[in-house]
Design a protein around this ligand. Structure first.
Ligand code: ISJ
Length: 87
């Protein structure tokens, strides 16, 4: 049996991870909506320059929050790869 404070901390982590996944689902829905708009306008779905800027921005923002910039880049590269599979 784990001490109560360990179980409570695990529950808090479960809740937080679910919140992160809720945000990812919201982001995916926004990207889907953006792709619909871009298709209607005949714009390229993937924008490499925007992705370079986005990754640089997320690295800076992460560091400000005390999150390693390299971790932020790994996460957002995975997110961008997921966006690419939806084009
Ligand atoms: C979201 C956009 O479209 C694509 C998907 C992106 C994403 O998942 O964040 C970023 C750049 C684009 O390649 C955009 O143009 O801003």
């Amino acid at each position: 049996m784990l001490p109560a404070d360990v179980s409570e901390t695990r529950s808090a982590l479960d809740e937080l991870d679910h919140a992160l996944l809720d945000l990812i689902a919201r982001r995916r829905a926004l990207v889907g909506a953006l792709f619909v708009k871009k298709r209607a306008l005949g714009l390229p779905l993937v924008d490499p320059m925007r992705e370079v800027e986005l990754l640089a921005d997320r690295r800076v923002y992460a560091e400000r929050q005390g999150v390693p910039a390299d971790l932020a880049e790994v996460i957002f590269r995975a997110i961008l790869e997921d966006s690419h599979t939806r084009t």
